[in-house]
Design a protein around this ligand. Sequence first.
Ligand SMILES: [Zn+2]
Length: 349
Amino acid sequence: MKEIVEFRINEDFAHRLFADNEGTKLGIVRKIVISVGDPRFGRIGELQKEVTAATGHAFFYGNRTLYRYSESEFADAPCFQLIIGATFEPPGELCGTKYDESTACLQCGAGAAQASDLRLDLRKVPKGKEIATTIADEIIVSQRLAERMTDAGLTGFELRPVRHKARYEDDPLDLHQAPTGREILRKAETAGSPHPTGKFWVWLNRAENRVLLEQARAEYAAVKTEANRRKGTRMPVWYQLVVTANTAEIVAPTRVGINPFDDDPKGECRCPLGDLIGLNLLSEVSISVASRGEADIVCSRQFIGTRHVVGPQAGLLRPRRVILISPKFREFLESEKIKGVVIEVAHLV
Ligand SMILES: [Zn+2]
């Protein structure tokens, strides 16, 4: 097995270690893929400290470890980790999916139970993919893949319906096209705040008029959906992939931390209760034999990632469980030529 790491190096400082023509320039960052055995590998970690101390900026922002295997290493492995590469937003929560946050860990926020069918904006699913995940670890599979998984007799999962967020919920609302919309226009006129004056919007957003506005919005979406159905345009069918058991126990020597040079010694990204074990996996994963079970797909008990970030994704990310699959499941994915997944060897100890 060969271990390589893909970094997103800050372009402003890339020249400190790399030639100008090395890697792939992606605007403010440069993608550099480097073997862990490369003499410069350790220097990346040193530069991260030096550059941050001197300038307050990072030398690298993102990183992920990739493993290259020989055919026999793959053939002999008893278990694999399945990583879904195709990620999209918005997450279900922004499309009307309900979560019961009272079931989440009080310390780290991981593990809130989903309390409704998954609702997504299916227009945002990456094109050409048959399996994808939102930034909140909501995994979906296409109709074709769902059929093939079922036909292949794979075990350990359920497929649940995914509802498409009404296509027109985000569109600018045409009040003339909904009965309640027309009622709003009349009332606004009577109230001395006729459409489309500035006063109209203030009036419409008053608490007592919100119900009318929501009603008009729903009617408008229904009118549009119906018109679309008549035209014969339909969203492709997707299913939520729900793994039945979350019992696989991640054990040593699995390495989890912030980046290849920072194992998070202070435990800033770990939950003291032991459910969230860190921000990123930094090695192949090891699972205790006793917790593996028989199913072709199983999830870890523990979570990786974070619930708490600042910025535009604040509160929207959800820590993910590690997904483990059997050799049968891996062969299935390969024979079906499923794109957008990464398969790593996992160890049973
Ligand atoms: Zn926790």
